[in-house]
Ligand binder design. Sequence first.
Ligand SMILES: [Zn+2]
Length: 218
Amino acid sequence: MFNFKHFFVVMMAGLIGLIGATATTQTQTAAATTIKFTSAMHTNKNLTYKGTIKYYVKSDAKKYQANIHYAANRWNKALGKKVLRPTNSLAGSRLVFTGTNKLGGDVAGMAEINSGVIALNTSWMNRYGTQKQRAVVIHELGHAFGTKDLYNYPDASLRSVFKKQTIMGGNYSTRIGSFDAKLAKWTLTKTRTMSPSEFSHYRSNEGLYYQQMLRGQL
Ligand SMILES: [Zn+2]
């Protein structure tokens, strides 16, 4: 599931060492090896095609466009590669942002990888300031790389750390730390890219977000 629950940041010592590990000193590198990436952290597909994800912002999400671009640029910087690129072609996109008030009330945003849609809940987004809007988009974009929600992580003590300190744990941060960046790079290697025919198959599926969005049901 790709819902974005609401958790707030209370910094804990554990992962701070981890996040700081590569950025600061070599003595902290040992801490970085204590949290291993596992299959519970990734799905089976990502939205890349030829190394990039072209994204389109639909008219109903235009008011969030500046924050969407900001979030995409943060990820590009964190990944050290221009993976996310804006496009003006809906048909040529692998990812579409839409704004809707038809999501569940407890969900700020949803990412559907098969048909390549990120739906932003307008009733939350319109109440949010710039920082939180950016944080929602950064989190949802994490799913585009194939990363799962870490607030559902099976191990309870790690889950609690993830919730507070990671993008995919739902920490509402606009800072993509080294753990977040490494995890995204890793899930990109663990997931597969859909071929154009597989992707268009999903986009033509009535039950998935893309068709629902086109029909105004989303
Ligand atoms: Zn999520």
